[in-house]
Design a protein around this ligand. Structure first.
Ligand code: S3P
Length: 435
């Protein structure tokens, strides 16, 4: 475990080429594996999470050449051509553990045990097992509804309508993937729209994605095969968010973030920042992998105004809510996040860990069952934060250090490598010091 110190920064400036999108990398590797052709994935994210997915794909008998971070050529084995292994180690990757069963249920072979690290072993998996079982699949969790997950491939599947209680792109994706193998129409309805990368990628791969007037998405199965075109992975808005917030608070004169995925299902933080009085210019560029993309140019804001994040906004900034807490700590008034109980079942209980981290830095913050309330002050003192194995907490602590008076010591900073191994180097490129 590494401990670093993030020093107060006076003026951050320069350009960060934002690392590739984690959600899209997971999906590209998984869908390429079941394509009927060779697929080149250009610029897949090189991180612990996506390495777990590439490992899982290879463990399913798929030939993959090249390296994450550069280019990976995947020789797709066709929609029903995977050779499921007895066990898959998903490590810390919730997206892998929840999406892979959607493909495994349509294969042949023996049962597969999906397991992961201590953090993943605490996360709820019934939300995937139940809907897949409703389609006829055999998918089981441990008694508490947690991993390991056991998937028995090869059961006949039928399309059903599923109404999700919480918006979850991972659960929606698992169902849509299983729908490729199911007889008839499968529909998924969410209380608010979650990220739609799976739908976009399936469309690009030649699958008709159905849409109902009530917002439900559907697939008519079974599908004969999919044909994912070669693709390049756009930059991850959830990784960009750390520099975005650092820039809003400390840019001088400006921080440019290039090649960011601007899918509206991912850019809720931009809308919240605009309300708070931040100055962020969006410069749209050409679409990348069927996703809108472009640059963000960030200038330092005057005094930010507190805001309220409403439940329906939450899915579009779910992974950025820890940063909203930090913004609230330096805004005038009390910033409140509501309807975000999902944060309790992320890589850590992010309601407890974010509030705990902010308090440790001298901030007035309180836990709510479904979110938090943070009362701002003109300055942030600093102190020490323990990442507790959560990558986004590690990077939150570091950004807090950059915008604090005394700096922040982050214990367990190495967790950042789960999604953003080059984070400290990119912060250094715009003049921040983490060492
Ligand atoms: C993800 C969806 C979100 C998000 C996670 C990645 C995805 O989780 O928090 O980091 O790639 O689909 P949920 O689907 O549980 O909301």
């Amino acid at each position: 475990m590494t401990t670093v110190r993030a020093e107060p920064a006076t003026a951050l400036s320069g350009t960060v080429a934002v690392p590739p999108d984690k959600s899209i990398t997971h999906r590209a590797l998984l869908l390429a594996a079941v394509s009927g052709r060779e697929v080149t994935v250009d610029r897949p994210l090189d991180s612990a999470d996506t390495a777990a997915t590439l490992g899982a794909v290879r463990a399913c008998g798929v030939d993959a050449e090249g390296a994450l971070g550069d280019r990976v050529l995947i020789r797709g084995r066709g929609l029903r051509g995977l050779r499921p292994p007895p066990a898959v180690d998903c490590q810390n990757a919730g997206t892998l553990m929840r999406l892979l069963p959607g493909l495994l249920v349509g294969q042949g072979g023996h049962h597969v045990v999906l397991d992961g690290d201590d953090s993943l072993r605490r996360r709820p998996m019934r939300r995937v097992a139940r809907p897949l079982r409703a389609m006829g699949a055999e998918v089981f969790t441990a008694p508490g509804g947690t991993p390991p997950l056991v998937v028995v491939p090869g059961r006949p599947l039928r399309g059903v309508r599923q109404d999700l209680e919480v918006a979850s792109a991972q659960v929606k994706s698992a169902i849509l993937l299983a729908a490729l193998f199911a007889e008839g129409e499968t529909w998924v309805h969410e209380p608010a729209p979650s990220r739609d990368h799976t739908e976009r990628m399936l469309t690009a791969a030649g699958v008709e994605v159905l849409r109902a007037p009530d917002g439900a998405v559907g697939i008519r199965g079974p599908v004969a095969g999919i044909d994912l075109p070669d693709l390049r992975v756009p930059g991850d808005p959830s990784s960009a968010a750390f520099h975005l917030v650092a820039g809003v608070l400390r840019a001088g004169p400006e921080v440019r973030l290039t090649g960011v995925n601007l899918n509206p299902a991912r850019t809720g933080l931009l809308r919240v920042l605009a309300r708070m009085g931040a100055r962020v210019a969006v410069e749209p560029g050409p679409d990348v992998a069927g996703e809108p993309a472009g640059d963000l140019v960030v200038r330092r804001a005057g005094t930010l105004q507190a805001t309220e994040v409403a439940p329906e906004e939450v899915p579009a900034l779910i992974d950025e809510l820890p940063l909203v807490g930090l913004l609230g700590a330096l805004a005038a008034g009390t910033t409140v996040v509501r309807g975000a109980q999902e944060l309790r079942v992320k890589e850590s209980d992010r309601i407890a860990t974010v509030v705990g981290a902010l308090r440790a830095l001298g901030v007035r913050a309180e836990e709510r069952e479904d979110g938090f309330a943070v009362t701002g002050a003109p300055r942030l003192r600093g102190g020490a934060v323990d990442a507790g194995g959560d990558h986004r907490l590690a990077m939150l602590g570091a950004v807090a250090g950059l915008v604090s008076d005394e700096g922040v010591t982050v214990t367990g900073f190495d967790a950042a490598a789960v999604s953003y191994p080059g984070f400290a180097a990119d912060v250094a490129a715009i003049g921040g010091r983490i060492g």
